[in-house]
Design a binder for this molecule. Sequence first.
Ligand SMILES: CC(O)(O)NCCCCNCCCN
Ligand SMILES: [Zn+2]
Length: 678
Amino acid sequence: MASGTALIYDEKMATHKLLWSDPICDIEVPERLSSSYEQLKSYHLVERCVPVPAREGSEEEILLVHSLEHLEVAKSTQTMNEEELKRVSENYDAFFFHPSTYHCARLAVGATLQLVDAVMSGEVRNGMALVRPPGHHSQRNAANGFCLFNNVAIAAEYAKLKYGLQRILIVDWDVHHGQGIQYIFEEDPSVLYFSWHRYEHQEFWPSLKESDYDAVGLGKGKGFNINLPWNKVGMGNSDYLAAFFHVLLPMAFEFDPELVIVSSGYDSGIGDPEGQMNATPEVFAHLTHFLMQLANGKLCVILEGGYHLKSLGESVCMTVKTLLGDPVPQITGEMAPCLSAVESIQNVRAAHKPYWKWLAYEDTSFLQNLSTKSHLLKKANSNTSTEHETKITNNNNTVKVERFLELHMKNILFPVPPIKTATIGSEGSEHFLSEHVQLVKEMDKTEIKSLVSGFYADLVEEDKILLSLGSMLAILDKILKKEVCNGIAASPTAALSAAVALRHSVRFGFQRVLCVFVGDMQITPNTEDGKMLIINICEKEQPGKTSCKHCISLNWKEDAEGNDFFSAVLGFILPVAYSYQPNLTVIAVGPNRSLGISGISLLVALLQGLAESRIVAVIEDTEISLLQSVAKALGGASTPPFGIYVPPTQEKVKKIKALRDQFQQEWKMLQCSGKLSD
Ligand SMILES: CC(O)(O)NCCCCNCCCN
Ligand SMILES: [Zn+2]
């Protein structure tokens, strides 16, 4: 699989600017581009990327989406004086022309297409294009919302034409609805368009009825347009993550795109005057990390909005850092979505039930009396204050946001550990080594005996077990000391190794250690103190063992045909894990595993979003191909194949729902259907 991250930037796109006073458009300034680029340089991220030059999009490429008339009008503005420019601009909602706008807009299109080519040709794995003017509001025959040509829509049409793609996912995390993209693809089932946006029950610009959750697409395109409206401001990290777990990611994995394009607006970030949201820059690292697991990593991130320069710059850096494969920073804030967000999530899931297999058994009984309730919802929503205390709201405290972000980002950014994956150079390990691996010397027996003395000493008799424990502990220590990002150890007794790893990590001082154990977990350490959270995925109920908050057993036997584990990972395991916010993750695979290699690889790939990507994998030493696949997933060398997507059976959906109902008060990220306020 390809490697490397492209960065496309051309300072000529900073020439376009507002020549007269216009309080609506004056936030779209050239410094948005230059300060983002400077921030990337200050974090030494530019030099780690593959520079790809911008180019002018051709007229033919622009005509893939826009009318000839629209192109001609745009072209004619190059020679206009300020008076004429102002007059033409007044024909559109929130757009301004400058003599260089047409040229800049063609560069924005060309930069976007250069990125698509670099990714599709395998020159790079993924990349980001820093462009302006933005694109997602512009329509076939109109400029709109600071956008002249629809860069992302043109890129999707271009990729279909040039590479014969049939499934393209567009994710629009800008805080405004990209109605332009919706109009262009609403009848097209080959382009899945997802957008969340500030909506406030149609109060917020562009105040369109068709931006609501029930606009699901038209004709053959039904089900391929997903709108998630935010009916309050102040949405934060947990709301955004919940939207990914409970709406976008299940759709995306079922759709199985060949290419992912992001309409990457950062006005959904904290401090932005347009969005008035509270999500902090590191959330974009998590969103990017999730999308990197799709389409074999082929991901094109295209800049749209973002008007608070510091917030924009930090979020751009978080995005590029993650594209480069760096560990994902710990998410901050209370992991609990607000009621309004949960209601929006519930509504969009219900609206899409007829079109998606993963939603076949979704409980939409709440819809019956919703019609009588909608005016209540509006009334209820309008006068209650926003759930999230909106710490930083009005835009006259830009400086306060800057100071907040200075401090906030200090403890987010951390030196990238030199080595990604460690393993032991024991015999036979060479078969699952990947280029990121560092060999770790084994511990000597006396050291091991001292380490395991006091617990399980009785179990630890044979030399073979002692040696394997020594290997695992040697790797674990590297991870605990943050010298290595993750590690993988083969073990004759995965259950024992996992138990020892958990105890050792807690003794080392880690306060919250997550253990995901696949297979029969003969030993269950006690988890009363909350310093461990165990999720045991096993085939059948262990007699007499009921789940509790920190020790959950999920009975799951993977479908013979393919991988049906997505719904369990996205709908249950990740929400619980993110609610817990561990600072280390132990993944163990014991005997009688009831999951296939692709299900386990999916788990390993997605759990890297936690604990700054610190994971130690402990796997039965007989599982050679599993070791190879997990080492690949940990090394980041390539996204392992997650297998053929199989939707969950009704019985499995019920099982997840029952577990969600049981734990959604303790682990609030599980919430995806609120009690609609009556
Ligand atoms: C790319 C983008 O999505 O960030 N463009 C945002 C345009 C905002 C226009 N606001 C008009 C307000 C009129 N009352
Ligand atoms: Zn925007």
